[in-house]
Design a protein around this ligand. Structure first.
Ligand code: GAL
Length: 806
């Protein structure tokens, strides 16, 4: 194996919602006061924009999520049946005369896709990749002391994605201001080649630019703070720079008794680098980093700070459900909180570089991230996808991704691609080999974390694996072959880059519960599942290339050489509603639905990978008289579970061997109470009850947080339950819910987790409940306010909830 997989620490950014920690003193959000001209007619011609009105928009902005679901959209239902299109964004701004002599840059964290940027009519560049961050210098074209205009043309020419991409300037934009001598963009790289609890050796590489046309004597001072804001080290360096020179300097120090970054206590350090010339401060640049060691062992899997850790991760696409792809810090944080609560410790950013804030959250919360670059190389998956730009852009895009992300302590593995067509072909077509070698070489030249590729042909003759350049053999699916991997790839280390692809709708149950459905695609004549467009939340359906959760989990837990897996997927996402055609428009793969409500499998993971006492029984208890129902329980911390129906015992069950749940089959339904009791050594650990619900009677609304910030971005997620008179969830309720808000805030979106609901997301007034639940997302404005959300439904007692915005 080519790499030393030891060592490594990394640095990262820690971000507040308005100011980034990087270049803190000089970088401001540039998201306000934009306007857009939009054409979603699938013509993709900029000339069509001339007749379109300018409309105000707030960045981050995704225009696709506001469109109606359209069966004929070229994005297909793989892209959530939402349209792409063409748009021009513009923003006017003034630059103070006092800034003359400063260097100004504009940073785009991501624009989907094919953006071209102009300032005051001068073209700065084009960037096809919709997921990469990029920067342009504005200085030479600015009117100091006067008005300026930025324009951004965006083409989202569909189909170019296998999932929902979103469209537009969907990530943050920043304006950066620097002196004549400054730390270059992505100009710091912090590693800790040796780490122990006694001491860490720290190496800081800093790229400094002299933008003057004369030689400069430079002093660079970096102060290292721990997470209690204590100064732990000061590094200084003096050198001279030629006119225009960009120079990388290395300084080193030892940090005694470092506070290690771990999944439970993800300690972060901060390096504040100041650049001086003749005693004058020219630039300040802040880099957050963590100190930890890790390695992958051929036989024993993954180790973090010397401790064995099984990676139980999830793959995530970038959309935020009803909010579309426009990034929002709180919405991302909520997703990660829900995943943490479930016991998940890893994230794969499938299949592209994520928003920078996503990695900052993973640093802060403790996740093992696989940072992925591409879903295709030169060979296409869709007509207008990145293959068109591969030759010209792959080098720059990959370099920029690694440079941007390599300081994050949460990043452990780089993936150079997902299910890349060039892996196939054996001896007949070996074109993928040279690309695989090149991409690995690029990553290796910039960082020493391992690379992998998500291979769906995990065999010896795989044209990517055969090059011997991957740090880890990455395997998508093929669980039947996992036991044999060490034989197939002798001497290698392994990561399961993608597993499971189980298919579930929250609250839907198809019996018998242990008859497994393997549902793939659909044809023009026939959908791939049921006439109701549902999948079963029992562990009994998956894509044929995948498995149920339990099938993969059992094997993962059995073989120590499997360092971990990334489950497809943590949350449902927009698009790819396998096995259904339109009107299905969002995926069934999530363990959590699109609205953020857990499906039953959530508790399987929680029972295995958290300390919480878990006793989860399902399905609900509203069936036809005498209907035969299978009842399942996920539990932990106990030796047995007893189930009682209306006080009468249905027997005790115990997990034996590798079982991950217990079940009671074919129980004849009679209304009443199902009660489960888990016991350890005869003592009760937990009791869970479900009651047959009566008619829908009232709505109950609960906010995830009752106080949010007045920063124009913060969100409160309000869950609405349809309940009977006794407070039981009505498990099949689909009542129409109406929402109104008083006070200074807005309803950002509504959802319910139903994969086939065609109510457009632009409708912020009403949406049906789905299996008893609904969701309203409230967004703060910049005013302090007490807001009240009222939810009504004909014939039901309404609900209100108050949120304090301050
Ligand atoms: C995989 C692919 C994912 C997703 C998944 C659905 O093969 O890598 O992007 O399409 O299948 O099961």
């Amino acid at each position: 194996m080519k790499k030393s997989l030891q060592l490594l620490s990394a640095a990262g950014l820690l971000l507040g919602s308005l100011m980034t920690a990087r270049a803190q003193s000089t970088r401001v959000l540039f998201d306000n006061d934009w306007q857009i001209q939009l054409d979603t007619a699938n013509q993709y011609e900029a000339s069509r924009l001339a007749s379109k009105p300018w409309q105000k928009v707030q960045l981050p902005h995704d225009w696709s999520i506001e469109q109606p679901f359209d069966e004929y959209s070229p994005s297909t239902n793989g892209g959530a049946s939402l349209r792409g299109g063409t748009a021009m964004y513009k923003k006017e701004f003034t630059v103070p005369a006092a800034d003359k002599g400063k260097h100004l840059f504009i940073d785009f964290d991501g624009v989907y896709m094919n953006s071209t940027v102009w300032v005051n009519g001068h073209e700065l560049g084009t960037r096809p990749n919709g997921y990469i961050s990029f920067q342009y210098e504005l200085t030479p074209y600015l009117n100091f002391g006067g008005k300026n205009e930025i324009k951004v043309l965006v083409h989202n020419h569909q189909p170019n994605s296998r999932w929902y991409s979103g469209s537009g300037i969907y990530r943050n934009v920043w304006l950066e201001k620097k002196g004549d001598i400054y730390v270059d963009n992505y100009g710091t790289y912090i590693t800790t080649p040796k780490v122990s609890t006694q001491q860490a050796s720290l190496q800081l590489q800093t790229k400094v630019k002299n933008a003057l046309n004369k030689t400069a004597a430079v002093e660079v001072k970096t102060v290292i703070f721990d997470d209690d804001k204590r100064v732990v080290k000061i590094l200084t360096d003096k050198f001279s720079l030629q006119p225009g020179e960009l120079l990388e300097r290395t300084t080193k120090a030892d940090i005694p008794a470092p506070k290690l970054w771990s999944l439970e206590t993800p300690h972060l350090y901060k390096a504040v680098t100041e650049v001086y010339q003749g005693g004058k401060k020219e630039d300040t640049y802040t880099t957050n980093f963590g100190i930890r060691s890790f390695h992958f062992d051929r036989e024993k899997g993954f180790f973090l700070n010397g401790q064995s850790v099984k990676i139980v991760g999830v793959c995530m696409h970038h959309d935020l459900g009803a909010l579309g792809s426009a990034i929002n810090y709180r919405a991302m944080e909520r997703q990660l909180e829900i995943l943490k609560e479930m016991g998940i410790n890893g994230i794969r950013t499938s299949h592209n570089p994520p928003a920078p804030e996503w990695l900052e959250l993973c640093d802060k919360m403790g996740f093992i991230v696989m940072d992925e670059a591409f879903d295709m190389w030169k060979e296409k998956k869709n007509d207008f996808d990145y293959h068109l730009y591969w030759d010209q852009w792959h080098y720059k895009d990959l370099v920029d991704q690694v440079l941007r992300d390599r300081n994050h302590p949460s990043v452990f593995v780089w993936s150079i691609g997902n299910e890349i067509p060039e892996q196939w072909g054996g001896q007949k077509d070996t074109s993928g080999r040279s690309i695989a070698r090149e991409l690995n070489r690029i990553v290796d030249s910039l960082d020493n974390r391992p690379t992998t590729a998500a291979l769906n042909h995990p065999q010896k003759d795989n044209n990517i694996a055969i090059t011997g350049t991957l740090g880890l053999i990455g395997v998508n699916y093929h669980h039947q072959g996992w036991a044999k991997l060490p034989e197939e790839f002798p001497g290698q280390t392994f990561i399961l880059t993608e597993t499971v692809s189980s298919l579930q709708s929250r609250g839907e149950y198809l019996m018998p519960s242990d008859s497994i459905r393997r549902w793939a695609g659909f044809t023009k004549k026939k959908n791939g599942g049921t006439p109701d467009y549902i999948c079963s939340a029992y562990e009994n359906s998956s894509a044929p290339w995948g498995s149920t959760h339990e099938e993969s989990l059992k094997l993962l837990l059995k073989y120590p050489f499997l360092s971990g897996m990334y489950i497809w997927t943590g949350f449902d996402y927009l698009g790819e509603p396998t096995p259904y055609p339109f009107p299905a428009r969002s995926s069934y793969f999530g363990i959590v639905d699109l609205a953020g409500f857990p499906k039953d499998a959530f508790y399987l993971y929680q029972s295995l990978f958290t300390d919480k006492d878990v006793l989860h029984i399902f399905p609900h208890w509203n069936w036809k008289p005498d209907q035969k129902i299978d009842i399942w329980a996920y539990y932990n911390h106990a030796d047995e579970v007893e189930l009682q129906l209306n006080g009468k015992s249905l027997g005790i069950r115990k997990k034996t061997g590798d079982q991950l749940h217990v079940q009671w089959d074919s129980i004849a339904f009679t209304p009443g109470t199902l009660k489960a009791i888990s016991r350890k050594n005869g003592k009760i650990v937990k009791v869970t009850e479900i009651h047959t619900a009566g008619k829908a009677y009232k709505l109950v609304a609960t906010a995830d947080r009752s106080t949010i910030k007045n920063d124009g971005q913060d969100l409160a997620f309000v869950k609405i339950q349809v309940e009977d008179q006794n407070g039981n969830l009505v498990p099949d309720a689909d009542n129409e819910l109406h929402f109104s808000l008083s006070g200074d805030a807005q309803i950002a979106a509504l959802d319910n987790g139903n994969e086939t609901d065609l109510t457009p997301y632009s409708n912020k007034e009403s949406r049906k409940a789905y299996n008893g639940l609904g969701l309203a997302i409230i967004k703060a404005h910049e005013q302090k306010s007490t807001v009240t959300l009222t939810v009504t439904s004909p014939g039901l007692t309404p609900a209100t909830v108050q949120i304090e915005i301050k």
